[in-house]
Design a binder for this molecule. Sequence first.
Ligand SMILES: C[S@@+](CC[C@H](N)C(=O)[O-])C[C@H]1O[C@@H](n2cnc3c(N)ncnc32)[C@H](O)[C@@H]1O
Length: 195
Amino acid sequence: WFPASEAFADWTSPGPGRITDGYLTAPGVFSADGIDPASAALADALPAKLGQSVADFGAGWGYLSARILQRPEIAVLHVVEADHTALSCARANLEDPRAKFYWADVPGWTSPERLDTVVMNPPFHTTRNADPALGQAFIAAAARALKPAGHLWMVANRHLPYETTLAELFGEVSEVGGDGRFKLFHAQRPSRPRR
Ligand SMILES: C[S@@+](CC[C@H](N)C(=O)[O-])C[C@H]1O[C@@H](n2cnc3c(N)ncnc32)[C@H](O)[C@@H]1O
């Protein structure tokens, strides 16, 4: 036997830390080393007005939420995330009383109110292979949570087939930007899918 403190000292997680932009992240959370370029592109594409009640689905450590909260007209932002460590970072990054935090599975989450806008960069890997099912469940959750005149803004890996789900659940869908790696969507006029 040997003292674990010596032999495994370099196995210890360094714990949460600040990235160059000042945000707190932690080892193992999505995009721990810096802002995800796809999320940055989505944040840049968002309109000046998003309405009063907004949600960030799969909010991670809170980058999109921080950009959303720059809008003064927002009354409440529901920050929904399944990874407890990421949500703890989001709490530290979003010191704003308008942010409400939910440690929750998005497809099973019920919004306390009908929303004007949902913004999301949904997860795309549940196995080794890219799996669109979870992202499709996020789209259905957005359609359920939105007001009839609500808006969904999302970014997705270019190779993931979300167009059919979006077309089934929203009256109007447009691709509003992206590059060879990802695509940005704006969808409106949701229908309310069953769970
Ligand atoms: C592609 S990342 C985007 C993170 C963040 N919005 C950003 O732009 O940096 C997707 C996030 O969804 C979270 N997630 C995965 N499955 C989830 C679920 N079932 N419910 C809620 N969040 C989930 C992941 O932990 C991850 O933080």
